[in-house]
Structure formats: structure tokens, C-alpha cells
Design a protein around this ligand. Structure first.
Ligand code: GAR
Length: 223
């Protein structure tokens, strides 16, 4: 049986699920005192659902309704119901490509987090790594933040820097951002579920050990 102190996470994603895998592995290794009890997706054949089922974690596709960038209200209620029935305490967005509205936000107020592939508030929205590469910034990275009613606008929990190299393409840059995400997200979630984060206005203060703010010095996968 799981000890009662283990937090119950619900993960929502629309894509491949590499962040979900990093989180599930960190939970299994005891680096996050939590377990993923449910994975939901708005994309019927999303990789994240396959990867969850491979690990024996309940995973469901819930149709998002007619809109492209949000869930309709009925769908939001279905997502909330599924998460509540699974006893989810924290909602973890891992590549979920729709904004959440009031029904959802009210149900899990202060307990929804997201990861975004840029150093917010720079480059919110879609394909943030490509926006950064096209803009010509020299450093970018990833951000874990609480979710509020805006787009990628909630209080920032943690950030990790990734340098943009002269010979980067958007794809090589994204690969290194993903590596950084897989380190940053588990560290932030561990602090969250341990109750080590304190919100002061927009500022999130770390009462426990702060994540190392690693500046990756241009290291490449395998290099
Ligand atoms: C991640 O890079 C995440 O930051 C991004 O989607 C990717 C999901 O990859 N999220 C957003 O852009 C949200 N605005 P994954 O499915 O392999 O975890």
C-alpha cells in the first residue's frame, strides 16, 4: 500500500509524453513523493496515453469538444469529474495544448501546474522554442509555473536556462530544452507536493532546497 503522504497526481497531455515519463520515473524512484494516478488526453491516439498504459497507469481520452484551443464547458466538467473520481490532488499539465477555463480552474485552484518551453514571460503561446530561435535570443530554456486564467501567465515556480548555439536549428534547440524540462519538472513537483512552495503575490518562494539553476553550457545530447 502507498503511504498516505504520497500525493496523487493527474497528468494531462496532448503529445508524446516525454515529460510524463520523466515525472513517472521520478515518482517511481522516490524523487517525487507522489504517484501518477490518472493520465488524460484530448488527442485520442496521443503518445502520452500509450506510455501511461505501458506503465499500468489508467489513461483516458476525453473528447475536447468543438473548440481548437480550449475545452468546451461540458468537456471541462468531464475532465474535472474524472480527476476528482481518481482522487487527484495536483493537476500536472505536460504538453496539454488547450487553455483551461473557470470550471477547471475553480475545481483545482492553486493546484494546477504547467511546463512551457521558454523562459517566461518571453515567448508564451505555441512553438515557443521556435519563437526564441527566430527572435535570435542567446539563451532560452523552460519554465514551470502555476496555471491561472491567462496563457502561460501564472506565478513562476522554476526555470532552467538553455543556451542557443550558433549552429542550432529549432529542432536541436528543442531537444536540449526537452532535456532541461525532464530535470526541472520533477524538481518543481517534488517541492510542490512536499508543501515547500510559498506564494507571495506573484512570487513563489522555495522554503526547502532550491533547484540548482543549472546553466547548460552548450552541452549536446551524448556529448
Ligand atoms: C513540452 O516541450 C512542453 O513544454 C510543451 O509541449 C511539450 C510536450 O512534450 N508545452 C507547451 O508548449 C505548452 N504551452 P512531451 O509530450 O514530450 O512532454
Amino acid at each position: 500500500m502507498q503511504p498516505t503522504s504520497v500525493a496523487r497526481l493527474g497528468v494531462l497531455g496532448s503529445g508524446a509524453g516525454s515529460n510524463f515519463v520523466a515525472i513517472a520515473e521520478a515518482c517511481a524512484a522516490g524523487r517525487i513523493p507522489a504517484r501518477v494516478v490518472l493520465v488524460l488526453s484530448d488527442v485520442e491516439h496521443a503518445g502520452i496515453l500509450v506510455r501511461a498504459r505501458e506503465r499500468g497507469i489508467p489513461a483516458r481520452y476525453i473528447p475536447p469538444g468543438p473548440f481548437r484551443t480550449k475545452l468546451d464547458e461540458e468537456a471541462e466538467r468531464a475532465y474535472v469529474r474524472a480527476l476528482q473520481e481518481a482522487g487527484v490532488e495536483y493537476v500536472v499539465l505536460a504538453g496539454f495544448m488547450r487553455v483551461l477555463k473557470s470550471v477547471f480552474l475553480r475545481a483545482f485552484e492553486g493546484r494546477i501546474v504547467n511546463i512551457h518551453p521558454s523562459l517566461l514571460p518571453s515567448f508564451p503561446g505555441l512553438a515557443a522554442w521556435r519563437q526564441a530561435w527566430e527572435y535570435g535570443v542567446k539563451v532560452t530554456g523552460c519554465t514551470v509555473h502555476f496555471v491561472d486564467a491567462g496563457v502561460d501567465s501564472g506565478p513562476i515556480i522554476g526555470q532552467q536556462v538553455v543556451p542557443v548555439l550558433d549552429d542550432d536549428t529549432p529542432e536541436t534547440l528543442l531537444e536540449r530544452i526537452h532535456q532541461a524540462e525532464h530535470e526541472l519538472y520533477p524538481r518543481c513537483l517534488a517541492a510542490l507536493v512536499r508543501g515547500e512552495l510559498v506564494l507571495q503575490g506573484r512570487r513563489v518562494l522555495w522554503r526547502g532546497a532550491r533547484p540548482e539553476q543549472e546553466t547548460r553550457t552548450g552541452d549536446r545530447p551524448g556529448g
